[in-house]
Design a protein around this ligand. Structure first.
Ligand code: PAF
Length: 283
């Protein structure tokens, strides 16, 4: 695996691979890699000739007071894990490579509406930061395919929308969330949880499962189901941000005709904000 830090070096390598007609897959990350990320890399390995992973803790997607400075940075362990997962190239740009100007002077890529709801409502500007950095990575890597986790389901839907709206020639693959044995979705932010919070955290997934059970049992008053889920999370010790049942494809509130749904939730445990989501099929 080669490690590349500049756009020029990255482009040179991509140019070589393109000349050989290699199929290139890209796995953007912010590092602190866990089994969920490595599943993305292994999937990329299985479907492409060349796998490019990136590690960049993207300042543009963090709001004031969020965890940009404390976000875990574990480059040597990440590099070893990526070698083990057989990535071909690791791109680790410095912030000046990605943002040569002050952040507020940089061109942005923004998906309206979809970027302002759910997590976007409590993290203004977050998704514009994500789509801007992902668009830049797509321009640099020119991948045939890019792989993202379903844990950040809203992010996945927004990236698909950006690619469609901007006619980017990349296919986006979403990979199922990897969970700890007790159900907690793997996340770099789980390491912020103290032992008491860690014991409560799997309740988020259990509550999502209860939402699915109620809908499977025929409940169609989605508002009532969401309110019950929020109450259950509060009783468990969370400060819920939202629990929301949406149409899976575009995250609008579902109508009675919609069959492919997603229930998404965000809730704070102490100072840690956890998110999770599951699929629901209505027949
Ligand atoms: O999901 C993440 O880790 C980030 O949001 C991403 C897609 C790498 C963009 O910084």
């Amino acid at each position: 695996m080669i490690t590349v830090r500049t756009a020029a070096d990255l482009r040179a390598r991509i140019h070589e691979w393109r000349a050989r007609e290699n199929r290139i897959a890209c796995v953007p990350t912010m590092g602190n890699l866990h089994a969920g990320h490595l599943r993305l890399v292994r999937h990329a390995r299985a479907i492409a000739d060349r796998v490019v992973a990136s590690i960049f803790v993207n300042p543009m997607q963090f709001g004031p007071g969020e965890d940009f400075t404390s976000y875990p940075r574990t480059l040597e362990a990440d590099r070893a894990a990526l070698m083990e997962a057989d990535a071909d190239l690791l791109f680790i740009p410095d912030v000046e490579v990605v943002y040569p100007r002050d952040l507020d002077q940089m061109t942005r890529v923004e998906v309206p509406a979809l970027g302002d709801i759910l997590c976007g409502a409590s993290r203004p500007g977050h998704f514009a930061g994500v789509t801007t950095v992902v668009a830049k990575l797509f321009n640099l890597v020119q991948p045939d395919v890019a792989v993202f986790g379903e844990k950040d389901y809203q992010q996945l839907v927004i990236i698909r929308r950006m690619v469609e709206d901007l006619n980017v020639a990349v296919s986006i693959e979403g990979i199922a969330t990897v969970r700890d044995p007790d159900g907690l979705a793997m996340s770099s932010r789980n390491r912020y949880l103290d032992p008491g919070e860690r014991a409560i955290a799997p309740c988020l997934y259990r509550v999502l499962g209860e939402v699915r059970d109620r809908i499977d049992a025929g409940e169609r008053d989605y508002g009532a189901v969401e309110r019950a889920a929020i109450a259950a999370l509060t009783r468990a010790g969370f400060e819920p941000d939202y629990v929301s049942i949406r149409r899976a494809a575009d995250l609008v509130p579902p109508t009675s005709a919609d069959q492919a749904l997603r229930v998404l939730a965000a809730a704070r445990l102490g100072t840690t904000r956890l998110i999770d989501n599951i699929e629901i099929s209505v027949s």
